[in-house]
Design a protein around this ligand. Sequence first.
Ligand code: DGJ
Length: 569
Amino acid sequence: MKKLILFLILNCLAFECIIGQNSFLQRQGAATQLVVHGMPFLILGGELGNSSAACPQDIERIFPKLKRMGLNTVLVPAYWELIEPIEGQFDFTLTDKVLQQARLNDLKIIFLWFGAWKNSMSCYAPLWFKENHKKYPRAYTQSGKPLEIASAFSEAVYKADQRAFSQWMQHIAMVDKKEGTVIMIQIENEIGMLEDARDYSHEANKAFNAPIPAEFMTYLQKNKKALHPQMLDKWESQGCKKQGNWQEVFGADIYTDEIFMAWHYAKYVEGLAQTARSIYNIPLYVNAAMNSRGRKPGEYPSAGPLAHLIDVWHCGAPSIDILAPDLYDNGFTDWVAQYKLHNNPLFIPEIRLTDDNSIRAFYIFGEHDATGINPFSIEDGSDSPKSPLVQSYTQLKELMPLLTKYQGKGLMKGLLFDNENKERIIIDDDLTVTARHFFTLPWDPRATNGSIWPEGGGILLKLSKNEYVVAGSGIVLEFSKTSEKQTIEKQKQLGEDGFALGNDQIKTKHHKFKGKRCGIGYVDEVKVDKDGKLHYVRRLNGDQNHQGRHVRIPVEDFKILHVQLYEYQ
Ligand code: DGJ
């Protein structure tokens, strides 16, 4: 009984603590949701270019445009060098201007703490810090070259960064606790070591030759079954030792150097994360530059919060909520799959600004229960209502109550197609959904004239048996009973009117038909209200659904469709 009462009291305290927070993360099934002002929220955002929040005039000019673009959130740098231009003297003018403009333009803010490291370099550290290299030592390459990278092994570096961060956090808490405009904070930016895989400063070498901290060794042993495959391989390659220095436990190569370095970056970040939490409890994340294009540690920022280092980061920086990928290279679907893990929600703080982001946004929410997406240098995008991103964000904002209701329940799929990946077959109980790029229909000249297809895709959400919401752009979907598929080998090619294009088309091979078929009852274009309810706009039939054969949303068009199927024999 006593235990039950204690349990209830603790639960109430935890609940009260969450109620007091303007934004926090919560689990819903397999998803981690960001809750803002009590409502699950999807970040339809953008990150400002690096120098676009460095004067009040630019902030005033840019923010109204971001509102017109349909963003609900903007990621904005907080520059250490401008916050503490003179050692010990703090200036929050730009932070205040950002908050004022955000509130005027209905935007939420995610601040990026450009502290000791930005893209691995220490370029945003104030000049007084940079010049005093004796007090604030640099990282060194193996050949002894000092770098424009502050050493993560220096207590003085940490204290200077932490003091500024803590002053700034206190300011945020003071001016924003009530309003809750700031919904998340990124600590540092694309932290990592360049040129070599690890720091070779005197302090770093000492730590490298010391035993691996017991904390990490215990983590490896306790989580052996769930370790990232690369981490497990590396540990197993030396016989899963329970103690030893970094090379003894992981072998002598640059990937061991990277693990070592990741541990120390994570520990450093954990210090800042605990500082933040002690001042103002808000979700925290770190971002990573990808280990893409076959590059090795040091060629890319070694030791950042990369997918293969997730165990090091989770153990070293448990106060960080999300490890997030910055996506500038090919292979979008592979990268995002690496970051949506049972123990890491998908949040994309940066992605190269292209029209395809309009489709990718649908994909990540449908396929990965993502928290948000943010094209980089967003102020350079178009604010025309016809721009793909503006259309996409407008519809996703409308869909938000519905998507957040279904997050984590396994009822949503994301669709993403291009010239190479044109089709996806989804088996849903006894139903087969064949989803394709819109240009697999040959009727638009761009489908066959060698044009690069704009990406097409969207979300398929199952409301109940035979009832779906389909949203997005540039897709076509056919529904059939899984059993009926096997009875037809190939179909004749049909024109847009649904009649055979000619008599010399591929022959249909008939088998005896068995079982049920499934047809389209109706397809309605709908609006979604604040409670997630669907409201009829217009029926799409005839030529618009190929006389009942498929459901489609043309390229350059964004729609939300309510699809009711039926069965017949
Ligand atoms: C990733 C960084 O995080 C951004 O700040 C910016 O430098 C972009 N790369 C590319 O310009």
